[in-house]
Ligand binder design. Structure first.
Ligand SMILES: Nc1ncnc2c1ncn2[C@@H]1O[C@H](COP(=O)(O)OP(=O)(O)OP(=O)(O)O)[C@@H](O)[C@H]1O
Ligand SMILES: [Mg+2]
Length: 382
């Protein structure tokens, strides 16, 4: 696609946003599956544990020519929103920024269709161009504005794809009718399809698979598993080669095992390992501890901030879980006395808070801290 030979980036293990697909590993089947749903006008709910690669998969799909040439893809991340007005604000902004630059007519039409935001329509004094200058406080009638935004999308000359990331967030809005209202609006769309992505597994799953919920059976539900071990090994070898280095396969296998194949943690480790390997040399297993230390050190400030916002008993429980790595029966007398915790009821309420903020996860009765690096820091450094 792009010219790889002379545009090698400094580290091929990307841990932030991808600009091209060259450094993106696999996800071939997942991409094909997602595209198929979209092309056939179906909505998709993409649900997986955190850091598995949902957001990047969506961006990857949107970059594919089938989509980029024939649709208007619009991406909104609603992680930080806590009310319907904020949702409408983020969506309106994303829609405007995507469609308005397409043509002057489209720019003007936005404010005629989304008439509740007309006061935000201002001509730039320098260029005379209309611009989007709305603040959160300008969303006075969120439902009306939302309705208008959907009308605007429906009039676009290409079908639109709206990806709403961290969709589970709408379950926390004060406006308890948000799900039902959105569902009604979405159902009316003929020209627009939706991708709902989210990570709080139970909450997202509940929204889409519980018969009493508005979004029940409204979408195709799609999970995301770890990239297969062999595929990731080949990818890692190829990336090292691109950077004129090599890597023992055992190193990749060991990283995969340590982080259960979870994409972000593996990419972080490979990025650090790549950085530690001089050009034309080989990355070997003995470099693993140094790489881990490097990452933990670079994240330390974030860890401290996370802890600073926690109640003392949550911290106690967190450290206890970190020391066990996988903790079972956390309200048992054995667990409580081994870690000198206050009481079963305090453990229970601390666990509830930590689970809901996604700091710990629970799989088949085993609790662990979802961020492996944080866990190691808590157990060994803090
Ligand atoms: N296919 C891939 N190949 C290489 N790296 C990837 C791939 N997918 C994701 N990543 C890396 O893993 C990290 C996590 O991916 P992403 O942010 O998409 O996960 P997520 O599931 O949306 O996480 P969260 O639930 O926290 O929002 C990204 O920073 C990216 O660098
Ligand atoms: Mg994400």
């Amino acid at each position: 696609m792009t010219n790889m030979a002379n545009k090698m980036i400094s580290n091929p293990f990307v841990v932030g946003k991808y600009l091209t697909d060259e450094y993106f590993c696999d996800r071939i089947e997942e991409t094909a599956f997602l595209l198929k749903q979209i092309v056939n006008g179906r909505n998709v709910a993409l649900i997986s544990p955190r850091r598995m690669g949902k957001t990047e998969l969506i961006h990857h799909c949107m970059r594919q020519s089938d989509i980029a040439d024939n649709y208007f893809p619009i991406f909104v991340d609603i992680y930080a929103t806590t009310s319907l007005a904020e949702f409408v604000y983020q969506l309106g902004k994303a829609v405007y920024e995507k469609l308005a630059p397409k043509s002057e007519i489209w720019k003007q039409r936005f404010f005629s269709v989304v008439s509740s935001l007309r006061m935000g329509f201002k001509l730039d004094p320098m260029t005379g161009e209309p611009g989007f200058d709305i603040g959160l406080g300008d969303i006075k009638t969120p439902q009306t504005t939302l309705d208008e935004i959907f009308n605007y999308l429906e009039q676009a000359e290409k079908p639109c794809i709206v990806a709403i990331d961290e969709f589970q967030q709408i379950g926390n809005y004060e406006e308890k009718n948000t799900e039902a209202m959105l569902r009604t609006l979405i159902q009316r769309c003929a020209n627009t399809s939706f991708i709902f992505a989210g990570s709080k597994r139970h909450m997202m799953a509940n929204m889409f698979t519980s018969p009493s919920k508005p979004f029940y059976q409204s979408s195709i539900t799609m999970g995301l598993n770890p990239i297969p071990l062999d595929t990731y090994c080949q990818f890692a070898a190829r990336m090292f080669k691109l950077g004129e280095r090599s890597i023992e396969e055992d190193v990749v296998r060991s990283v995969y095992e340590d982080y259960n194949g979870c994409t972000w943690f593996m990419q972080m480790m490979m990025n650090e390992l790549f950085a530690l390997t001089p050009m034309r040399e080989k990355c070997v297993k003995s470099m693993l501890p140094q790489a881990k230390r490097g990452i933990i050190l670079s994240q330390e400030q974030t860890y401290k901030e996370t802890l600073s916002q926690m109640a003392p008993r949550q911290k106690m429980l967190l450290q206890a879980i970190a020391r066990d790595k996988e903790a079972r029966n956390i309200t048992s007398q054995e667990f409580i006395s081994r870690h000198s915790l206050p009481s079963a009821s305090s453990v229970q309420s601390a666990a509830k808070g930590l689970l809901s903020s996604d700091i710990i996860t629970k799989d088949d009765d085993a609790y662990r801290i979802y961020d492996y690096f944080f866990s190691e820091w808590l157990a060994k450094v803090y």
